[in-house]
Design a protein around this ligand. Structure first.
Ligand code: ADP
Ligand code: ZN
Length: 216
């Protein structure tokens, strides 16, 4: 079983959905930088105010801030059982910081799971996405409808559309993905850690494929 996993892919590739499914079966800590920022925004902390000014436009939160919160989280004792990093690293400096950090705590990364998806499908997924205010579970107005409109199947929370899930912010997010994050694929391929999965096969099949890879 592989532990200490990175989940990568463009916005809308299905990282959050897959992470939620994996968490039900695997005893790992889920570390989503996007969720951590959204939590801080909801609570109105200084970190939240800072993060919102970047996130709402589709920009990346600065590396020093992002690396800081991940460092703090990884230092907690529960990470000893293994962790799934979702949405981190997104830049080369973040990847380099993570390498140092994970070796300091003697928990090296064992797999980088990359979700491939074509750009038209990403746009379709993100423009119809709705997210649970309470637990963060993702839905889609056409293809992943909740049982009851506007209500989360998992926890009964209210569904909303993220501020950065609009056409303008999405364009900026895709540009950041292509320019800042995509180079990490070569970086991790070089380290022998990268495994590619096609996210167009559907969430159940994708889940089976990734799980069987991680269990190897
Ligand atoms: P998605 O993968 O759909 O873009 P996330 O929830 O992972 O959504 O991230 C939402 C936003 O949070 C990003 O667009 C970015 O502004 C910020 N963010 C999340 N993770 C990072 C990171 N590792 N570095 C910089 N910014 C981040
Ligand atoms: Zn919920």
């Amino acid at each position: 079983m592989k532990r200490n996993i990175i989940l990568m892919g463009p916005p809308g590739a299905g990282k959050g959905t897959l992470a939620k499914m994996l968490m039900e079966g695997l005893d790992l800590v889920h570390i989503s930088t996007g969720d951590m920022f959204r939590e801080a925004i909801k609570e109105g902390t200084p970190l939240g105010t800072l993060a919102a000014s970047f996130i709402n436009k589709g920009d990346l939160v600065p590396d020093d801030v992002t690396i800081g919160i991940v460092k703090e989280r990884l230092a907690k004792p529960d990470c000893a059982k293994g962790f799934l990093l979702d949405g981190f690293p997104r830049t080369l400096p973040q990847a380099e910081a993570l390498k140092e950090l994970s070796s300091e705590i003697a928990r090296p990364i064992q797999a980088v799971v990359n979700l491939d998806c074509d750009e038209n499908e990403l746009i379709r997924r993100i423009s119809g996405r709705r997210v649970c205010k309470s637990c963060g579970a993702p839905f889609h107005v056409e293809t992943m409808k909740p049982k009851k409109e506007g209500v989360c199947d998992l926890c009964g929370g209210e569904l909303y559309q993220r501020k950065d899930d609009n056409e303008e912010a999405l364009k900026v997010r895709l540009t950041h993905y292509n320019e800042d994050t995509k180079p990490l694929l070569d970086y991790y391929a070089h380290e022998g850690l990268l495994v590619n999965f096609n996210s167009l096969v559907g969430k159940e099949k994708l889940f089976d494929e990734v799980l069987s890879y991680l269990n190897k």
